[in-house]
Design a protein around this ligand. Sequence first.
Ligand code: Q46
Ligand code: ZN
Ligand code: ZN
Length: 350
Amino acid sequence: MSSKSGQWCRAADMSKCRSCRAPAVIDLPRHNAHFCAEHLEQLCRRQFRRAVDDFAMFSHDDTILVAVSGGKDSLALWDMLATEGYSTVGLYIGLGIGRYSDESHDVVAAFAADRGLELRTVDLRTEHGFDVPTAARVTARVPCSSCGLSKRHIFDEVARDGGFDVVVTGHNLDDEAAVLFGNALRWDVEYLRRQAPVLPARGRFPRKAKPLVRLTEREMAAWCVIRGIDYVVEECPMAIGNRHHTYKEALAVVEATSPGTTAAFYLGFLDRMAPLLATTADEEPVELCRSCGAPSGSSDGVCAFCRLAERASTATPVPVEMVLSRGARRRYIEQWGDAPATEGDTDGRP
Ligand code: Q46
Ligand code: ZN
Ligand code: ZN
């Protein structure tokens, strides 16, 4: 199911690279230019370095934990970091999202083995007794809610236990612009305030950084093709129909008629709005979880992840097909093959 996509290459046949006049492989309307493979790679590296430097994300002395999902962004990020000489270890979290998760793990493991990179894997079901579909059913909330909570908890825990200086994720410009759009639509000031490309370490929470914030989804897909990176093209089946998706699509409509709007929206926010929202550093919750030792911030002394694990690990495992809406399940079966017998159509998100 994984493959290198050719869809990124929509350069006009006779177009020339802006830098060297060789035949172009990609057009980038936001730069009003075409690029050959070599100069696209240079552009991506420049944007990556600029983000790392501008936001003081990390240095070559730091040990970096790279959250890898098997998608193009996180693998491109790991490739960039490794080829720029940073000290990295990959972290893959097995979320238990059916064949999508199985395939993602295989792709990440092959990427690491081919390049001699160290990969750590944490499997939710094996190590914490539950998976994302089961958590979604038990909590009766959208799957991304317990998934996000679990991923954040495990990133923090592995970084803390392993003595890593920073956790990096592959969020790109389109992702961050879509999140910003959603936060602005709700005027969620607290989320807006924390929407920074780097969050400093706070007590037992490690530093977090997003080095791809100046690069788009399409640029990252092109990077993977140029660099020979095999990645999982299919999206997480549980992403279908979520709000993040809708915001991305809305921005894509604007971007199509007015190239560069997405970058101006997000980078302008960082430049002009974020400084106005900045306040003093967040206080770390004083209470530590009595189950896992992580900062809990809750009065009963148990963190949200441990509360979730306690509930979900005693429930009967639920296969992913049973928590997808009818449309998402149809797509899942088209992409990943027929589903086992299910208990009926949930026809809607849990
Ligand atoms: S993996 Fe998890 Fe994403 Fe799938 S369930 Fe939602 S949050 S969409 S990045
Ligand atoms: Zn060129
Ligand atoms: Zn805990």
